[in-house]
Design a protein around this ligand. Sequence first.
Ligand code: SF4
Ligand code: SF4
Length: 158
Amino acid sequence: MELPKRVVHHIEALLTGAKYLVAKPRMTVMYPEEAQILPEGYRGMPKFNREKCRSCSLCARICPANAIKMYTVEVEGEKKKKYPGINYNRCIFCGFCVDICPAGALEFTDIHDYASYSLEDLVFKPDRFAEGPPPRPFKPKLVKPMLDEEVGLKYVPG
Ligand code: SF4
Ligand code: SF4
């Protein structure tokens, strides 16, 4: 008697799960307690330096995701100025804004996993953009990927 396909698929899934109960070292990271060491030049959430900014708006114009918007800001003892703010919901981490900025006022952080309860909270006006996304509230154990002949990719303490 042939088993219905659904039953066969359930059995296959159970067998796959059972295999990984006894399989050799796991290939995943116990995120967020563990985190991978990021390579140099990693493009995390960009951050803004107000002191360097020339208010040229190039970053807002080049952004393909429309994530950067210029805000008019009152500056003490000076005329009003325009500074960029960012909507991290929209950012695709392409790096165009960092590359085009003629003043080096934008840089990448290594933060890519800032989470929020609301979409509005991910819109950073210039002041908050200058502070950048908050770092993780705890330090994860750092691990790095290695190639293992038996299991393929595995992670070892960094
Ligand atoms: S990294 Fe790319 S998508 Fe993100 S703000 Fe800069 S230009 Fe826009
Ligand atoms: S951050 Fe850079 S590109 Fe953007 S307005 Fe300021 S100087 Fe221009």
